[in-house]
Design a protein around this ligand. Structure first.
Ligand code: ADP
Ligand code: MG
Length: 281
């Protein structure tokens, strides 16, 4: 407590505090965190002021890019994080490895092309779709990952709540839109039309990646209408890369291997509810 007789000192704000405020306002958190440490390093190395500032700018840009990638990954809502590093191409010889690696460079997204992964359950379609989605996030694209059933559900809900336009508009901003598991559940007529409209609006405007366990000639059974399926396939396959994955189920191969190791039969009935759909294909 100061008494009235004590001389009052003018409030001095330390330059560090002011600098901290400015850097916060300018959205330069890495500058704020690192400037003292980098100043000491620069003094030790006898680096001049431009070099000192250059080091800080580089750190800020690296950190900002990392934060942006993390944000895009969060926004994409991947069911899991999977990358091509953990994909064993030797286990899936039917898959065109060089095409997958080329797709991971993301030029197909810049060219607004599509990609469809086809094959039975367990062959790694979702893994590859997640990995390509992740690569797209890392290259600066705004990705959305969903299953066909969840997307149709979301579209129907949006339609009922009179916000279908807003959802369609949002979907048009993501590139690529990854639609996993098309074909596991057949759609109602309304569901089919809503999904068709999504693909229609993306045609030649934004990339779509679809995975399906159903060959093209059976897609009518998923969409219920031959006319609509024809129009949809026409758009989706106009500029398309097809990934055929017709090998053995990786899950089955893994449990067979485990069985050989332990001498026990694989327990096919202990699949999770999510994987229960495998039994369809
Ligand atoms: P699908 O979507 O075709 O049903 P998934 O991608 O879900 O198959 O694969 C099932 C599981 O097996 C996942 O955990 C996936 O990561 C793994 N998997 C599938 N194929 C491979 C592979 N070639 N190399 C490594 N893991 C794989
Ligand atoms: Mg899958």
């Amino acid at each position: 407590m100061t008494t009235p007789h004590e001389p009052t000192t003018p409030t001095m704000v330390a330059p560090q505090v002011l600098l901290g405020n400015h850097l916060k306002a300018l959205k330069l958190p890495t500058f704020a965190r690192e400037y003292e440490k980098v100043a000491m390093e620069s003094a030790q190395d006898r680096a001049d002021y431009p070099r000192y500032l250059l080091r800080l700018c580089e750190l800020e840009r690296i950190d900002r890019e990392r934060r942006n990638v993390e944000r895009r990954i969060r926004m994409a809502r991947f069911s899991q994080i999977k990358s091509l590093d953990t994909f064993d191409f030797a286990a899936q010889p039917s898959l065109n490895k060089s095409l997958v690696l080329e797709l991971a460079r993301c030029e197909w997204i810049e060219k607004r092309q599509n990609c469809i992964a086809l094959g039975p359950s367990g062959t790694g379609k979702t893994h590859v779709a997640l990995a390509l989605g992740l690569a797209a996030c890392q290259k600066g694209h705004s990705v959305a990952f969903t299953t066909a059933a969840a997307l149709v559900h979301e579209l129907m809900e949006a339609r009922d709540e009179r916000r279908l336009r807003a959802l369609q508009k949002h979907l048009n901003t993501v590139k690529p839109l990854v639609v996993d598991e098309l074909g596991y559940v057949p759609f109602t007529a309304v569901g089919s039309e809503l999904l068709f409209e999504v693909f229609n609006q993306r045609y030649e405007r934004g990339s779509t990646l679809v995975t399906s366990n159903v060959p093209f000639d059976e897609w009518t059974s998923v969409f219920g209408s031959e006319r609509l399926t024809g129009a949809l396939l026409d758009r989706l396959t106009h500029h398309v890369h097809i990934l055929e994955m017709n090998g053995e189920s990786f899950r089955l191969a893994t449990s067979k291997k485990a069985q050989r190791r332990t001498g026990q039969a694989p327990n096919v009935m202990t699949k999770t509810s999510n994987e229960g759909a495998d039994l369809k294909s």
